[in-house]
Design a protein around this ligand. Structure first.
Ligand code: SF4
Length: 142
């Protein structure tokens, strides 16, 4: 069993893994990583995507299902699901039961996510990774 208490969205730890090559540094999250208490992970990179990449949002189809689409219309759902599964596998391997995740992301968002219109509007919902972790009993902290 590892000594990690949390996984943390890697962009919160200051790693430049966002779609635009930047990060969303949160000093408290970075401190947990520096102390060896939190393990930084980026589900989208674990899913095989690269930085930089096109921005993506969760889109609701007319049939009521959800897909993750890039702004130019590419369906990247498979990479997002792969990254979510890899993130859960890391939690299980390391015995981690808590996750500190970046808000509004189509992977990491918990509670609200962008609405699929690429206009900055948000709706209630969960990112792909946040949803899988929650269903597996991992506690999400934003
Ligand atoms: Fe940050 Fe999560 Fe997006 Fe990676 S997938 S850039 S960790 S919000």
């Amino acid at each position: 069993m590892s000594s990690y208490e949390y996984i943390v969205s890697a962009c919160l730890a200051g790693i430049n893994c966002r779609y635009d090559g930047r990060n969303t540094l949160d000093p408290d999250a970075a401190k947990l990583v520096a102390e060896g208490r939190a393990l930084p992970v980026c589900p989208e990179l674990l899913g095989g995507l690269h930085t930089p990449r096109e921005s993506s949002e969760i889109v609701r189809t007319s049939e009521g299902s959800k897909k993750v689409m890039t702004a130019s219309g590419e369906d990247v759902s498979e990479a997002f699901i792969k990254g979510a599964r890899a993130t859960l596998e890391i939690c299980r391997t390391c015995g981690i039961t808590k996750a500190i995740l970046q808000q509004r992301s189509p992977s990491c968002g918990c509670g609200t996510v962008y609405d699929g219109s690429f206009s900055g509007k948000t709706v209630e919902g969960m990112g792909v990774t946040a949803s899988l972790l929650t269903s597996a009993g991992i506690e999400i902290l934003s």
